[in-house]
Design a protein around this ligand. Structure first.
Ligand SMILES: [Zn+2]
Length: 213
């Protein structure tokens, strides 16, 4: 589970690089985002023929209810997705040019177009240079929900170790992953945003609609 699951409770400032030894709640978040695909997924348990992540058993009854609902939602349909292909292409080009300003601008335009089509509240997107990291790995992206201001997605365009620009597909997936946390709260109306199998399927459904160019 990442800290996005605890809406509004964590005062993390993405402008500041996290300390190498992260605070407990940040660590939770960092861990989820660094290793979600190969750590949490490898620690699944079977619940009535359905795969669930191992943290499920630590959830309260109401959280389990939200988790189960999240698991059942496996796609998000983007109306007229093909109209967004030029923005996807422009983002790919900006990454190739390693132009931080353009990457941020086209990430913002893409997310704004998506939230507009899905009738979800706006999100502000910020792209920073090198991923923060610690001994456990690198932070790929961050979602900061907000009750008053627009929610914010922060992404990093360069890997921590080699300082290389992140591969386009990885960057786009991370951007959509963070937007999926936003959609959990603002589109599906979940009080928590959990990394469920359904969550990753929703991320994939958005990704493939945009990549079928
Ligand atoms: Zn996440």
């Amino acid at each position: 589970m990442c800290y996005a699951a605890y809406r509004g409770r964590v005062g993390y400032n993405p402008e500041r690089t996290p300390e190498p030894d992260l605070q407990r709640n940040q660590h939770f978040f960092i861990k989820a985002h660094i290793s979600a695909r190969f750590d949490i997924i490898t620690h699944c348990v079977v619940k009535s023929s359905q795969m669930v992540f191992s943290y499920y058993k630590r959830l309260t009854a109401s959280q389990k209810h939200v988790y189960d609902k999240s698991d059942k939602e496996t796609s998000v349909k983007i109306p007229n997705a093909s109209e967004l292909y030029p923005l996807v292409n422009a983002l790919e080009t900006a990454l190739k040019k390693e132009d931080r300003g353009e990457i941020e601008m086209f990430s913002q335009k893409l997310i704004s177009a998506l939230t507009y089509r899905l009738k979800a509240p706006a999100i502000k997107v910020k792209v920073l240079a090198v991923r923060p990291h610690n001994s456990r790995g690198e932070l790929h992206g961050l979602y900061n929900p907000s009750e008053r201001l627009p929610a914010m997605i922060t992404l990093w365009m360069r890997t921590a170790q080699q300082k290389r620009v992140v591969a386009f597909k990885t960057f786009l997936r991370t951007l959509l992953h963070e937007m999926c946390h936003h959609l959990d709260y603002e589109y599906f109306g979940f009080p928590y945003s959990f990394h469920t199998e359904g969550f990753y399927k929703r991320e994939s459904s958005l990704f493939h609609q945009l990549m079928d160019r």
